[in-house]
Design a protein. Sequence first.
Length: 73
Amino acid sequence: MRLKITAVGNSAGVLLPKDLLARLRLGKGDELFAVETPDGVLLTPYDPELATQMEVAEQVMREDRAVLHKLAQ
């Protein structure tokens, strides 16, 4: 998909087609994250930092399940 950079006030922006926004489940005011990869830049609605934090949390919950269960009582 080819996108064009346009002027937005004193800045520049990229207009995303409606069908792409629908596939990404995005609307006006939503955040989009730009992640640099070896192949270029990935635009994603998912926060990669949050995903990493959730992986760590899930690992802790698996490893310390018994301790967490005791704390919950």
